[in-house]
Design a protein around this ligand. Sequence first.
Ligand code: MN3
Length: 243
Amino acid sequence: MSNSTQNRRQFIKTSGKAGIAIAAMPMFSTIATNNFDITAYQQHPLPYAYNALEPFIDAMTMEIHYTKHAATYATNLKDACVAEKVDTTQLAFTDLIKNISRYSPKMRNNAGGHYNHELFWQLMKPAPAAAPSGTLADAITKTFGSFDAFKTAFGDAAKTRFGSGWAWLIIKKEGGLAISTTPNQDNPLMDIAEVKGFPILGLDVWEHAYYLKYQNKRPDYINNWWNLVNWEFVQKRYDEANH
Ligand code: MN3
């Protein structure tokens, strides 16, 4: 092993440890504005500790979900980009997703998996506000009748998504809010999505997201998940799409 290789390996090892140390710092989870760019090809550090979402999502589920499932999507995305000659310094990640039908199933699964999880982590935080406020709250009430009616409709969509997939709150291409679901790791940005739009809220209903704690009780996971929704971040997504 050459010295430079060794140094590089040592650096990766050290910075990897530093990343975990930072993610484990309790103060980190209280920095609500610490949002990262989900349109990057690389996986970002989790913005809170693995146990930060207890008791609603357990630490082991979070650790496996982040370090195994989500990390693998990011790695496989990188591999697919090499194999399919995508220059990630030139092509915006969201443009790749929006034209996903041009690529392989491997690209589709892993580009979606990476984007969806980078979004998902930030859509949750410990002890968030119980409900949205401001313009997002107004839009939800206008579209669904009330916040409770929205939660029921979103929950029903998430519960009835057959097999693995996601439930979404989106801003439709033509404007206005809608609830939709997608199979596997598809998302509403993709040109192959049945209902297209900009996702501002998404819920992972793959069994890997809840099985250790909830087993077959997906509805309990969904009902508890509302205790974690970072409405400030959802509002930020809403504002991004509307300006
Ligand atoms: Mn997942």
